[in-house]
Structure formats: C-alpha cells, structure tokens
Write a protein that binds this ligand. Sequence first.
Ligand code: TMP
Length: 209
Amino acid sequence: MRGKFITFEGIDGSGKSTQLRMLASELRLRGFDVLTTCEPGGTPLGRRLRETFLETEETVAPLAELLLFAADRAQHVNFLIKPALENGKIVVSDRYADATAAYQGAGRGFDEETIKQVIRLATGGLKPDLTLFFDLPVAVAASRTTSRSNDGEKKNRMDSETFEFYERVRASYLKIAAEEPERFRVVDASGSIDEVKAKVLQVIKAFLD
Ligand code: TMP
C-alpha cells in the first residue's frame, strides 16, 4: 500500500520544524511508521549541496539557486521519498516543491511557467497528499529568526533577505493555499508551541481518519 506524503511549509521562523518533530513523535507513539525529512538536505548529496549553495556567503545566481534546489529535490524524491511511500510509510518533509514556487517564483521573480517546468522535472509529478502552511506575519517570523541566530543556530543566505521578499513569499504561499484547498491547510502559527501543536494534531487526525 502506498504511504502518505505530508509537507510542512512556512516562511523562515514560522516554527514548522519544531512542529514537525513533535508531530513525528506523536504519530510514532500511535504506532505509525514515519519518515521525517527535509529540503534542502534530505539526502547525503542534498546535505552537501545545502552547504555549498545555501550555507555560504558566496553570491549565487538566481538561476543556479533554482536549479540547485531542483537537483536536491530530484535526489530526494528518487532515493528517499518514493521508496518510503512504496513501503507504506508516512513521509513528513520540512519543505518541498511549494517552497520553490514561493521563494524562487514570488521571491526571486521567476515566471510561473519556468517554475512549473522545473518542479515537474525534479519531482516527476509527485505531489504531497497534504500540505500544512504555518502562517504568521513577517515581522513576528523575523524576530524569531533573529533570536535563533543569537542562540548560535546556523545561518543561511535567505536569512538576509528583505522584509518585502518575505511578504512576497508569504503572499505566494497563501495564494497556492487558496488555489488548492483540498491539499493545503493554513495553520495560524502565531500562538504558543502547544497551541500550534494542538491545531496540527487536529488537522492530521482529520486527514488520517
Ligand atoms: P530551512 O531553513 O527551512 O531548512 O530552509 C532553507 C531555506 O531555503 C529557507 O530559507 C527556504 C529556502 N528554500 C527555497 O528558497 N527554495 C526551496 O525550494 C526550498 C526547499 C527552500
């Protein structure tokens, strides 16, 4: 039996990675076979790519960035996501193709057709069964990422993007959510960790039932 493919999306600082870890533990406690993963960096090649093009101060051309996220995704889909789904697992990924539409499309300004083609090429058409978008105002997210980097967390090039960039990324996610209401659930991420966790569990329970 094919498993289920769930993705978490949000602007940086939305708290999705913490929620993903908590959801995976809850599901495992309930006996589900769960694989947690992330983009970029879900595979050994992806982790090396992530270091070279994201965790660097080198200027990266927007087209190179678009194609490197796609390369990471192609490797991820082939060697991790597809095999796990074929084995009946619940795969929960911290970001997937919607991030390319939001960040490289709306953020960097690539046109919709180019983005669609690159996504189709990288994923072979594999779409998530469910996507949770963790939504919160850009200013709140920015204050969370600042306190995270003060705590010594690894920085990446996206952390230095402007407020306007993140406004475009957020608006793009909300647009995709409105266009694909079957697949997308918008979760208000402005509450406490426990409040957001309760909402996530509610959404996942309804989906798995
Ligand atoms: P992370 O910090 O959630 O691991 O994500 C790394 C950064 O890469 C984050 O700022 C979002 C960005 N990103 C893109 O711009 N395009 C993509 O396709 C993906 C997967 C991530």
